[in-house]
Design a protein around this ligand. Structure first.
Ligand code: DHB
Ligand code: FE
Length: 313
C-alpha cells in the first residue's frame, strides 16, 4: 500500500530560483535564505520519498487567463519547466507518475472533488523552486517522480481553506488505496505573507505568518475557518497562496510531529516560511525501517570485512 509519510510547506519565491540559477547562493542576503533549508535537504536525503505530490499554483505560465481550473492534477509522464519571461529555468524536466496520478484522479473525482485532469503542462517557479529548496540543485534529473497539483489562487474566487483541507483528506485516501508500496511526501507551497503590487506592495506580517505555522502544526481545523478576506487583509493579496498548505495538511494525520521549521524575511518582497511535518504512525515506521536498513548494511559490512581479512568470527 502507498502511504503519505510527511508533509512539507515551503514558499516558492521566484527570486530564490533566480539566485540559484545565477550563482548567488553564497551572497549574504541569499545565504540567510538557503541556510534555512540545509537541514531540510538532509531530512529529504534520509527520507528519500518514492513520489512527491506538489501542491502549487501556476502563475499564468501553463494556464492563461483563458482557462483557470480550480484544481488541476498533472497526469502526464513529464512536465517541462515553463518559460516565465526570461527563458525556462535551467532545471531538469520534472518526471511525473502517471499511474499514481490517474489513480488519484479517479479516487478523488469519484469522491466528488471535481479535479481537472491535465495530460500536458509546463511547470513554473511555484513548483520548481520548492523542489530546489528541498532536493538541492539537481544535475540531470530530480530524485523522484512528482505529481503536480495546480490550484487557482490567481483569480477570484480561489477554493476555500476548508475545501483545500478536505481535498487533502481525499488525496490521502486515494494514495492509501494504491496497491504498490510507495512512500509519498506531499508539498504545500506558496506564501507566506506577501503583496506584489498596489499601495500595500511589500506587506509582510510575521506575527500572522508565525501563528499560521503554529496552527498548521497543532490546530489545522482552526485555519480551515479563515475567510479569503482575512488572508488578503493580514497576509497581503498574494498571501492567499497559503490555502494550498491546507491541502498538504489535510493529507496528514490529525496529530503530526513537527520536525523542522524555518522563517525569514524578506526574500524579494516575500516572507519565507517552511515546515516539515511527519505523520507519527507512518513517519515513525518509515524511520524504523531506515534504521533497520542501516543495521542490515552495517552487518553486511562486518561480514565483508571478515571475509576479506579471513577471520572466521
Ligand atoms: C513573488 C512571486 C510569487 O509567486 C510568490 O509566491 C512570491 C513572490 C515575486 O514576484 O516576488
Ligand atoms: Fe506565488
Amino acid at each position: 500500500m502507498a502511504k503519505i509519510i510527511a508533509g512539507v510547506g515551503s514558499s516558492h519565491v521566484p527570486a530564490i530560483g533566480a539566485a540559484l540559477d545565477n550563482g548567488k547562493t553564497e551572497e549574504p542576503y541569499w545565504k540567510r535564505v538557503f541556510s534555512g533549508f540545509e537541514k531540510s535537504k538532509e531530512w529529504m536525503a534520509r527520507t528519500r520519498p518514492d513520489v512527491a505530490i506538489v501542491v502549487y499554483n501556476d502563475h499564468a505560465s501553463a494556464f492563461s487567463v483563458d482557462v483557470i481550473p480550480t484544481f488541476a492534477l498533472g497526469c502526464a509522464a513529464e512536465f517541462p519547466p515553463a518559460d516565465e519571461g526570461w527563458g525556462p529555468r535551467p532545471v531538469p524536466v520534472v518526471k511525473g507518475h502517471p499511474e499514481l496520478a490517474a489513480h488519484i484522479a479517479q479516487s478523488v473525482i469519484l469522491d466528488e472533488f471535481d479535479l481537472t485532469i491535465v495530460n500536458k503542462m509546463e511547470v513554473d517557479h511555484g513548483l520548481t523552486v520548492p523542489l530546489n529548496l528541498l532536493f538541492g540543485p539537481p544535475r540531470d534529473a530530480w530524485p523522484c517522480p512528482v505529481i503536480p497539483l495546480a490550484v487557482n489562487v490567481v483569480m477570484f474566487p480561489p477554493p476555500t481553506g476548508h475545501r483545500c483541507y478536505m481535498l487533502g483528506k481525499a488525496i490521502r485516501k486515494a494514495v492509501e488505496s494504491y496497491p504498490e508500496d510507495l512512500n509519498v511526501v506531499i508539498f504545500g507551497t506558496g506564501g507566506l505573507s506577501h503583496q506584489i503590487s498596489g499601495p500595500r506592495a511589500g506587506l509582510i506580517n510575521s506575527k500572522w505568518d508565525k501563528a499560521f505555522l503554529d496552527n498548521l502544526s497543532k490546530d489545522p481545523k482552526k485555519l480551515t475557518r479563515i475567510p479569503h478576506v482575512e488572508y488578503m487583509r493580514e497576509a497581503g493579496a498574494e498571501g492567499i497562496e497559503m490555502v494550498m498548505w491546507l491541502i498538504m495538511r489535510g493529507a496528514l494525520d490529525d496529530k503530526v510531529e513537527e520536525v523542522y521549521r524555518f522563517y525569514t524575511v524578506p526574500a524579494s518582497n516575500t516572507a519565507v516560511g517552511h515546515i516539515i511535518l511527519e505523520n507519527r504512525r507512518t513517519g515513525a515506521a518509515h524511520k524504523r525501517s531506515a534504521a533497520g536498513k542501516a543495521r542490515a548494511a552495517a552487518a553486511l559490512r562486518k561480514v565483508a570485512r571478515r571475509i576479506t581479512t579471513g577471520r572466521a568470527r
